[in-house]
Design a protein around this ligand. Structure first.
Ligand code: MSP
Length: 526
């Protein structure tokens, strides 16, 4: 048997200082969709998400809760697990940066960068400095000598700290030209294009400056110790970025990094606020460590609440658990994947979630499936008719293949919402065929050939839609597959895109299931 090509996909790892809002859920669900899709495409998928547990922000949140950071992240991680399970996130690993294998990788990675010598000296060096720091984003704002007054920063004063220490610096400046070339050539592809341009302009206009990558333990103790210098811990971003490698590598007895077949990563999924870390710092760190660069970075937009940024402190964060408890995972997943343009911002409202569920799933798809099941029961004694090679079948077959190809093409462009719009076309086509050819009239006029041809086409269109929604809403897909196709479609055809795409996969003569009263009940305001 041919070996499956590996596919490694990651999300950003969330800070567990607070529980995630629905904007975080968007990223988990997008990556989960892609992981499920590439599995169906026959890839050996590894999907990683998790928590970014070190740093000032978490240390301060733990102190506020009168807990040790260890106990605090332990408690938070349990709550996160509940949300991942509720959202049906099928990750292979939920990494925590306090995991011991991650600490080993982060330290081994540091050592590799520190050994790398350039014309100006090693890539990691020590320096005394004074700079402003944003504790909310865990981000340096600028050196004190350049900005004596922090009021110039668009950051709430409560989050601004002045750091005056001797720390280790990473020689990011050394990689400016190389990064510009890599981004230009697309060797590490940043999507969408406007984000790539934004990063190129940033690197070209200002050039990249070296960054502090450690903190003095007496000021911040909650971090991974710097190798051979226990007086310092790693800067949280340096630690966090290497999590991607931890998912695809191990360290041997000599503390050397051994890559698995999953490195380099195929796809990192992140939000627009952390693009610089991923498009510039991370590839520079990998160049310094002499490790291969990831293949693609997808930068998604933000989920907004009434046009505003979601934030716990502003009271605009929507709790995914509450939505899950009210409506279940499919309506939420369907909304996030089909209504939010993958690479753009969009607004979330509960009423819109209900509307979309009722229109797409309860009405268009659910009613279609129930109606067809009922007609097959009534006119054909519940058995799948024989396929036909008539003109209508030929026309629908060509539409079918075009739709499947468009779906794949849209996913390659990472436009999940557009791919799902193709599924809606299959459903719409089936509903139009029912309206146009009126099976009840064909039955009345005893045009059995035409009736059978039409019903077979409808069954196939439902099978196609049921397969293509599987990565988005696995529960709904399974429900229809179990009800309709348990006997008539071989199980392999639900696991492989190539098999499912074959027109005529539903076996003739086999019986379809009993029609349910209502497949997907409408959601009402609660
Ligand atoms: N811990 C860092 C990431 C380190 S990755 C090596 C971090 N954490 S975060 O918790 O602030 O954000 C996690 C992810 O959620 C980021 O990709 C961020 O862009 C995304 N989102 C945060 N708010 C969001 C929305 N309102 N909408 C969509 N994504 C959102 O940054």
């Amino acid at each position: 048997m041919q070996e499956k090509a590996p596919f490694y996909i990651t999300t950003a790892i969330t800070y567990p200082n607070a529980l995630p809002h629905i904007g975080h859920a968007l990223e988990y669900v997008q990556a989960d969709f892609l992981a499920r899709y590439y599995k169906l495409q026959g890839r050996e998928v590894r999907f990683q998400t998790g928590l970014d547990e070190h740093g000032l922000k978490v240390q301060e949140s733990a102190a506020k809760a009168s807990m040790t950071p260890e106990a605090f992240v332990e408690q938070q991680s349990k709550a996160f697990e509940q949300i991942w399970t509720g959202l049906q996130i099928g990750a292979d690993r939920f990494i925590r940066t306090t995991d011991s294998d991650h600490q080993n990788i982060a330290q081994a990675f540091w050592t590799r960068c520190a050994k790398n010598q350039g014309p100006d000296g090693p890539d990691i060096y020590k320096k005394v400095y004074k700079a402003w720091y944003n504790s909310k984003e865990e981000e340096f704002l600028g050196f004190y000598e350049d900005y004596p007054d922090p009021a110039v920063f668009d950051v709430k004063p409560e989050f601004i700290r002045l750091i005056e220490e001797e720390n280790y610096f990473f020689r990011l400046s050394r990689y400016t030209d190389q990064l510009i070339e890599i981004l230009k050539q697309g060797d590490y592809e940043v999507l969408p294009l406007n984000r790539r341009k934004e990063m190129l302009n940033f690197a070209k206009d200002k050039g990249l400056t070296d960054v502090s990558i450690s903190r003095d333990c007496t000021k911040l103790s909650w971090g991974i110790p710097v190798p051979n210098d226990p007086s310092q811990v790693m800067y949280v971003w340096y630690d966090a970025l290497t999590n991607y490698l931890t998912g695809a590598a191990s360290t041997d007895q000599d503390h050397q990094i051994q890559l698995s077949e999953f490195w380099p990563a195929d796809l990192h999924c992140v939000g627009k606020d952390i693009i610089r870390f991923h498009a510039l710092l991370w590839p520079a760190m990998l160049l310094s460590a002499k490790l291969p660069l990831p293949k693609r970075l997808i930068v998604h937009g933000f989920l907004l609440s009434n046009g505003q940024k979601m934030s716990k402190s502003l009271g605009t964060g929507i709790d995914p658990l509450q939505i899950l408890q009210k409506y279940g995972s499919d309506p939420l997943r369907w909304f996030l994947l089909s209504q939010v343009p993958t690479l753009d911002d969009a607004d979330f409202t509960e009423s819109r979630l209900r509307e979309i569920h009722n229109a797409d799933l309860a009405n268009d798809y659910g009613n279609l499936a129930s109606r067809v099941l009922n007609m097959v029961k009534k006119y054909l004694d519940g058995h799948v008719p024989s396929p036909n090679s008539g003109a209508l079948t030929a026309e629908i077959e060509s539409f079918w293949f075009k739709t499947w190809d468009n779906y794949t093409h849209q996913i390659e462009l990472l436009q999940i919402d557009q791919a799902l719009a193709e599924v809606k076309k299959l459903v719409e086509k089936a509903n139009c065929l029912v309206d146009e050819y009126k099976p009840w009239v064909l039955a009345k006029e005893e045009k059995l050939d035409q009736l059978e041809e039409l019903l077979y086409i409808l069954i196939e269109l439902i099978r196609g839609a049921t397969f293509l929604i599987k990565p988005a809403i696995p529960n709904a897909s399974k429900k229809v597959a179990d009800l309709f196709f348990a006997q008539s479609v071989p199980p392999e055809a639900w696991e492989s895109f190539a098999d499912a795409k074959i027109w005529g996969t539903t076996n003739t003569q086999k019986s379809l299931g009993e029609p349910p009263l209502i497949l997907f009940p409408r959601l009402e305001e609660q």
